[in-house]
Design a protein around this ligand. Structure first.
Ligand SMILES: Cc1cc2nc3c(=O)[nH]c(=O)nc-3n(C[C@H](O)[C@H](O)[C@H](O)COP(=O)(O)O)c2cc1C
Length: 327
């Protein structure tokens, strides 16, 4: 084992120290705030640590040389957005010196006014509890005012490289939490529904979030979805049903605009958004979710709804305030 010894602290080699710090496996976050003009500012940070449950506190360390550091020094609020495994491009963007990091990333405000990234793994919306000067960084301690989380795989980081977490959700987690994944698959202004013999039309479902973007339909066939265009849309329980639902909104990879919709097996059908068979939709929860989808689709702004009947694991995402899609 290689050892670095020093009788005076300044003999420690910073490059070697950075390498040693880097052996600690972390997730990846994007921390966000607003500058004095109200513009969103943000940077990638893996120095996130949970601190306290009562009061609810967390911390991140902000480098003093970062361009967004003055905004984090001055603002009374900030958000920490934990990234999903598929979001390395978001991490790279927010670790860059790009002039407008928010132009291509959907975000909105939830509680404090800090930008919250849509469809990340977990977010914490905080007011500033304290700032501690610490060498070339500032330790920013936040008091959590609102948060939301999803059962997606986290993005990991170790030794300067992105890493995958093996088994991010233990096998059967969704089923053991009574959850099924449903897919709101849109193609050419139509939504795919499946005839459920007993209850009417339902959304196609899968036992878990699809890692490969292939949605199984009957007879061993699969529909290919656009992997970068799949977003968590709704989390809810259905009254009188054992399972809760995670609904993802997704788009069909084929056909492209102007093509025919694909042939589907018996019981599967694309319905134009203005001709959805609401009276035959299997549950009142799904019916109202589809109505919201049609409404938001016409506005081009989608929200995320999370019901918290399961004991508050999902705390809050504003249902009233849809995510802004920028640009
Ligand atoms: C995975 C990863 C983790 C990082 N963690 C931190 C961190 O915790 N604190 C920090 O100040 N910079 C961190 N950085 C570096 C900043 O993201 C980077 O300096 C960025 O350019 C700052 O943006 P800005 O100058 O526009 O504010 C990290 C970068 C990466 C790729």
């Amino acid at each position: 084992m290689q050892a670095e010894l020093a009788d005076k602290p300044n003999v420690i080699d910073p490059i070697a120290l950075r390498g040693a710090f880097g052996t600690f496996v972390t997730g990846v976050t994007v921390i966000t705030t607003r500058d004095a003009e109200g513009r969103p500012r943000g940077m990638t940070a893996n120095s996130f640590t949970s601190v306290s449950l009562d009061p609810p506190l967390l911390l991140v360390c902000v480098g003093k040389s970062a361009a967004s550091s003055p905004a984090f020094q001055a603002s009374g609020h900030f958000a920490v957005n934990l990234l999903r495994a598929e979001q390395t491009h978001v991490s790279n963007l927010f670790a860059s010196k790009s002039g407008d990091k928010f132009a291509s990333v959907s975000h909105d405000t939830v509680h404090t006014g800090a930008p919250v990234l849509a469809d990340c793994l977990t977010w914490f919306d905080c007011t500033v509890h304290d700032r501690v000067d610490a060498g070339d960084h500032m330790v920013l301690i936040g008091r959590v005012q609102a948060f939301g989380t999803s059962p997606s795989a986290p993005l990991g980081f170790c030794r300067g490289r992105y890493a995958e977490v093996k088994d991010p959700l233990p096998p059967g987690w969704l089923a053991s939490h009574g959850m099924a994944a449903g897919y709101l698959v849109e193609a050419q202004g139509s939504v795919l529904l499946v005839k459920d013999g007993a209850r009417g039309w339902v959304l196609p479902s899968a036992p878990r979030r699809l890692a490969n973007g292939r949605l199984p339909i009957s007879g061993g066939d699969e529909l290919e979805l656009l992997p970068d265009d799949t977003f968590l849309y709704s989390v809810f329980d259905i009254d009188g049903s054992d399972s809760g639902y995670l609904i993802y909104r997704a788009r069909l990879a084929q056909p492209r605009a102007g093509d025919e919709l694909p042939n589907l097996p018996h019981g599967f059908q694309f319905f134009p958004l203005d001709q959805l068979p609401y009276d035959d939709i299997a549950s009142v929860e799904m019916r109202s979710m589809l109505r919201r989808y049609v409404r938001e689709s016409s506005l081009g702004r989608f929200g995320i709804y999370m019901d918290s009947h399961d004991g508050g694991r999902v705390a809050m995402v504003s249902a009233a305030q849809p995510w802004a899609r920028h640009p």
